[in-house]
Structures are given as C-alpha cells and as structure tokens.
Design a protein around this ligand. Structure first.
Ligand code: FA5
Length: 354
C-alpha cells in the first residue's frame, strides 16, 4: 500500500508540473481525485488489507488525498489568476474550441496590437511610418552595417526575388535608412528630434514551431537627437510594455549582437503563457525574446546622412525591433504562433469585432 501511494504521488507531481491550463487541470483531477481516479482505487484496495492495518492505511490514504487536493487547488488558483491577468483590454478568454461568433467580422489580433502601439507611440511624440515589403540588399543589410558576406546575414535567411539583389524584407530595420533620410534634414535644420515607429510584415526562411513563423510582424522604432542614451531607450521600452499590458511586466535586458547597434541588447519578457515556468511557447525557458534594441551604430547614422562627428550637433540615437506577433501571443494568451496565420475563424473571431 505504501509503495502504491508513493508511486501515485510521484506520478501526480510529475503531471502537475506540466499542467498550464484549465483543461489539463481537469484531466488531472479526473485521473487522481474523481470517483474513478487513483485515490478511489486505493480506497478499494483497503478492503484487501488485514483488519489490524486498516486504520493505519485508511489514515495514510486520507492524508494523501488531502495533500493532493491542496496541491491541486493551489495550482488551480495560480492558473486562474494568470488567466485573469491575461484578460486585458477586453480580450475574451482565448479558447480555440469556441464556435465562430462574429457575424460582422473582427480585427486580426495583430492589427489590434499594432494600432494600440501606434497610439502609445504617437502619444509620446513618434511619427508612424509605413515601408515596402520588397526591399533591396542595400536597405536590408548594407546600410545597416552588414556588408556582403558578413556572417550576420546568416541570422536572417530570407526569400530572394529573381531580380538581382531584391528580397522580401527580413526585418523592419530595413526601413531605418529611408526614415533617417526623410527626417534627418529637419533634425539638422530645426533641431526636431527624429522619433518614428514603423510596423511591417517580415519574412524569413524559418523552421516553423510554436514561436517561429516564416511570415510575421515587427514594429521598429528609432529616436535620434542630441545626448540620447541607453536610459532613454529603457524608459521608452518600459513605458510601452506597461501600457500594452496595463500593468508591470517582468523583463530582462541582456547583451545581444546586431551589427547596426552598439551596444546591443535583447529585451526578453517573462512568458505570460506559463508564468515563467517553461512551456512550448517559450521553448521551456520561461522567457520570450521580444524586443532587441540598442544604440544606433555611427555607420548606420552616416549612411542615413546624420551628422555624428561635428560639434555642437553631434547626434546619437536608439533603435528597437519589437516582435509584434510575439507580443500579440503574450497579450492574448495564444500559445502557438501558427494560430495567427491559420485563417481559422474559431480562433480569429474571438477578438474585438468591427
Ligand atoms: C531583428 O530583426 C533586428 N532587426 C531587431 C533590432 C532592431 C535590433 C533595432 C536592434 C535594433 P531579431 O532577429 O532578433 O532582430 O528579431 C526581432 C524580434 O522579432 C524577435 O525578438 C522576435 O520577437 C521577432 N521574431 C524574429 N523572428 C521571428 C519569427 N520567425 N517568428 C516570429 N517572430 C519573430
């Protein structure tokens, strides 16, 4: 009997660790705590033990049942409170099994997140810009301090067109040069800082999984002015994330290499699908790479015609490349990125109606 209890305990805790949603929680309850579950099976075994041991084993099973019920309730309240936190800004609780209920159509969740971010950045004085999906090699790489044959090109394997040196843009950074050239003269002539965000669709030849797509969205942002520093960058990143999520979210900043920034950082957000415990959406790390950023490399500013040398107008700036699709996953609690490009109305009709 003691061996059976130990075996069931081990199985229970192993399964409990993997439970991340209400559905699998219910499966666990049925498996262990329902009338047909493992604990009831132990109770039935009790009839087979000698009378003098019945009391001792009865107590053992009751204590075991209480232990399992307590742990089950703890995990249940953790999951429920995590889900409540995820129900931000009217996003209905995302459940892929719900029937289609959207007679008038609805916005795609990425459109919703994009518009919300545009509003946030506009309120902080940023212009919103649009940019091509087909770009040339110069804008996607060379102007970003990534010369031909530089190994950094391997990080973004994309789709080339038959026209020489034209490709589907692999990142929104491809627009940086055009934005610097558009707003640079105003900066030099009137001192108006460059503050712009530019959302866009990006393409990469990726091995697709729960958090990688071959077609996904990013939102790039740049700010260039006199005396811009890393503190400005961190301030804007934190403000943006707390506005989007409506509360403080746990982030971490670690060094990251991108030839177009120096220094460069990776800004990760603690996974809101599993609360940092580890799940397929965050490759079991508890963190999701969301927004690489850094101080714009002087070579990039020079390619964009910005004066980086002469006093008193020596300009510096920061840039970031936010993963919009991943942000939508976190905001709405969508555990698999493939849901967004699926065209599945059950999934996509659960967001704000038109
Ligand atoms: C870049 O694309 C850089 N251009 C970002 C940048 C901009 C750095 C400005 C510094 C300054 P990266 O390859 O890490 O970096 O992609 C940026 C974000 O896009 C990732 O953090 C992730 O959130 C998202 N992303 C990248 N690849 C995919 C993919 N295949 N599917 C979904 N999201 C992706």
């Amino acid at each position: 009997m003691i061996d059976m209890v130990d075996k069931f305990r081990e199985q229970f805790y192993k399964k409990l660790r993997d439970v991340n949603d209400v559905k699998s929680l219910e499966e666990l309850r049925l498996d262990f705590l329902s009338k047909k579950g493992q604990v009831s099976a132990l109770m039935k075994e009790l009839s087979k033990v000698p009378d003098e041991k019945k009391k001792e084993y009865g107590r053992l099973i009751n204590n075991f049942k209480k232990e399992l019920t307590d742990r089950f309730e703890d995990r249940k309240s953790e999951i429920v409170s995590l889900q409540e936190k995820l129900l931000i800004d009217g996003a209905e609780s995302y459940d892929e099994s719900l029937p289609v209920n959207c007679p008038d159509g609805s916005y795609h969740p990425i459109t919703l997140v994009q518009r919300e971010l545009e509003d946030i950045f506009e309120s902080m004085g940023f212009d919103v810009e649009d940019y091509n999906e087909i770009v040339d090699d110069y804008h996607c790489f060379e102007a970003l301090n990534i010369p031909e044959f530089h190994p950094a090109r391997d990080m973004q394997d994309t789709y080339y067109l038959t026209t020489p040196k034209e490709l589907l843009k692999s990142h929104t950074s491809a627009a940086q040069n055009a934005i610097l050239k558009k707003y640079g003269p105003m900066l030099h002539e009137t001192g108006r800082p460059i503050r712009a965000v530019f959302p866009g669709r990006c393409f990469r030849n990726e091995a697709i999984d729960a958090n990688h797509e071959n077609t996904f969205f990013q939102m790039e942002g740049i700010m260039v002015d006199k005396d811009i520093s890393i503190s400005n960058l961190i301030y804007f990143m934190k403000t943006m994330l707390s506005e989007v999520f409506g509360r403080e979210v746990t982030v971490r900043l670690r060094p990251g290499f991108f030839p177009f920034v120096e220094p460069g950082f990776e800004l990760d957000i603690q996974c809101l699908i599993c609360g940092g415990k580890g799940c397929p959406s965050c490759k079991n790390s508890g963190w999701l790479e969301l927004c690489p950023c850094g101080m714009i490399h002087p070579n990039v500013l020079k390619h964009g015609g910005i004066n980086t040398d002469e006093e008193p107008f020596k300009y510096t700036g920061f840039a970031f490349g936010l993963g919009l699709t991943r942000l939508a996953m976190m905001k709405y609690g969508v555990g698999d990125i493939r849901a967004f490009n699926s065209g599945d109305l059950n999934t996509l009709s659960q967001f704000k109606s038109i």
